[in-house]
Design a binder for this molecule. Sequence first.
Ligand code: BGC
Length: 760
Amino acid sequence: MRRFTLWMAVVAALVSCSKVDYRDANVPVEQRVEALLAEMTLEEKVGQMAQFCGVRHVEQRDKKAQADNQDAQGYYPGINADTLRKWTKQGLIGSFLHVLTPEEANELQELAVASRLGIPLILGIDAIHGNCLAPDNTAYPTSIGQACSFDTEMAYKIARQTAKEMRAMNMHWTFNPNVDVARDARWGRVGETFGEDPYLVSEMGLALVRGYQGDMQGGDDVLACIKHCIADSQPVNGANHAPSDISERTLLEVFLPPYERAIREASAGSLMTAHNEINGVPCHKSKWLMEDLMRDEYGFTGFVVSDWMDIERIHSLHKCAETRKEAYYQSIMAGMDMHMHGLHWNDEVVELVREGRIPESRIDESVRRILTAKFRLGLFENPFCDVDEGRKVRLCEEHRQTALESARNSIVLLKNDGILPLDAAKYRRILVTGINADDHNIMGDWAGPQKPENVTTILEGLREIAPQSEFVFVDQGLTPKRMTEANVNRAAQLARTADLNIVVAGETSVRERKGLKTCGENQDRAEIHLYGLQQELVRRVAASGKPTILVVVTGRPQALVWEHENLPAILCAWEPGMLGGQAVAEILYGKVNPSAKLAITFPRSEGQIQMYYNHKPSHYRHGLQDMPNRPLYPFGHGLSYTSYEYSDLTLSKSEIAPDESIEASVTVTNTGKRDGVEIVQLYIRDCYSEVTRPVLELKGFERVALKAGESKRVSFTLTPQKLQYYNLDMERVVEPGEYNVLVGPSSRKKELLKASFVVK
Ligand code: BGC
């Protein structure tokens, strides 16, 4: 009887599908998807799962480098851009990446729309901190700087504006946010992350997903992609792609929460698996990750995309499949939905289905997910963009203002013995030097070339803010890899004639500078002090006896022990985006009071790695012989030109049940003479637990604007979700016992006020 009813239901569904016109926008998305799927050939279905590099990209590669292993670069041996055009028109390609202009986006879309079923493409791009890989778009600070602002509203705004700039160019899907928890500064991609704390990373990730996706009703929304699942931020030796060997407990406590929350609380629409293997299993063939955790446990309903040719690497690198085709099989059967990118996918996956190894129903699942995204983004109704209208949105004044504001909020004042803010009357002749002083590297990784008139370098910012001063500039080139003794000597000499020296040092991560970069994707380091001759430059300039301040432009923490001990002030600008030069100058001259706090620990040396504030109790039982157990600058550290005092920490209750919440309130007073914004941080400590827990765990933060002399009461709610952890049986519970609540300006214990409560 049950079988019969089921059969009837299937027939009814089929009959109703046959009546549905998938092109009709008034029909519910689920029905449109089924109606379209019913009309597709196997080749067309597998085509929807295939992504390729854009035709301009391929044309450039064709010209440049056909010789070496160019699959990886997006050069497809044996075919050219016209073949891609033909396949698009045949409905055999579902998506492109690395399309950088609206003209190309429209051209490709026209071909897709002219295909038999007219299924539009979903165009993906790494719009990581603005859609600035493409020219003439706004470049905001990179993610690590955004995290240091602890400003989730600003992150939401950045994502919303990025979505608008993307849709203005006919791009629909950003490969962001990167919600990896970063605890190893040697890894080159730290700048793409929100730092070392799972709670902060989760909150920033949520804000971005919500900002990108809006209500997912088309218009100016884009699909978010949470990546790289999982733990690619902690590979062996900090080397990108290397294995990550991390216990299940640490994965669940540290690395997975941002994914879980982005899925459960913001319905992140897509997910990218990581280059690395996790505990012996390449992430691209991990059913445990893609199916068991993400879909079955967290409720992920979007689609999974592979990272750049990583399915092939199950065969070629990890050696877990004897052939490429076998790698495709393993990945699809583990839950993969879309292939980024390469020549052989279409044919070999079709073969796998025809041979009966992959059921067509499994392919249907993936295609359903991809088509659902396309319908929800409104691509069938609006496959094109109006290029001229788009120009009004991209880089508009409102977006530039957000880029500036977010840069101001992201720059961390690490040290100041009182020399800052600079006295413009006192310092008239100023030497400015260093690789990042007059360079577009302030935009960071995942930024392409932008017009000079749209970018304010630090030197330009200084000249604008202090026109009465003379800025003498000694160029040190674009990268620390090419610095010369001669230029260092010149700077050292001129330093003696200046009233003040500003050295703008750090890393180089600009995308197109292949071979010259020191930071960014695949730019991992063994040491994390200032690269190359930069240390010498700082020391020689400081040896002039004139006050020397250091501005660091970087995508990773730097070990700055000598600099901290010998220089009066250090500013970490991170990669502050296209208006970062103005923001740095405004902070140096006190037009803006710095407020940002570190979202990641600055160790004294790479030898201290791993070093993070939320370590377990025994982490520093003995420590090292040659170095203190302390970092140079801890998580949450950041100075201001005013001072704040914390008082009167109270809790709403002294005892709660495990399913109850509790409120903590504290008074924060601006005790200095300048207005400012203080980032108030709340940590917890579970005093005794069945399984070890971190000595501190961030569970709340708030940016509080305070006028000079003003006090405010700030409240936080500690929910059961924030108190729970995995017990011995790996169950998520709120454990009975005593908890400390610690509130203050950083994770330094001596600066935190403490109160306690008991869970009954
Ligand atoms: C990176 C991804 C990125 C992709 C496409 C890969 O190398 O790991 O983060 O989205 O390239 O550019």
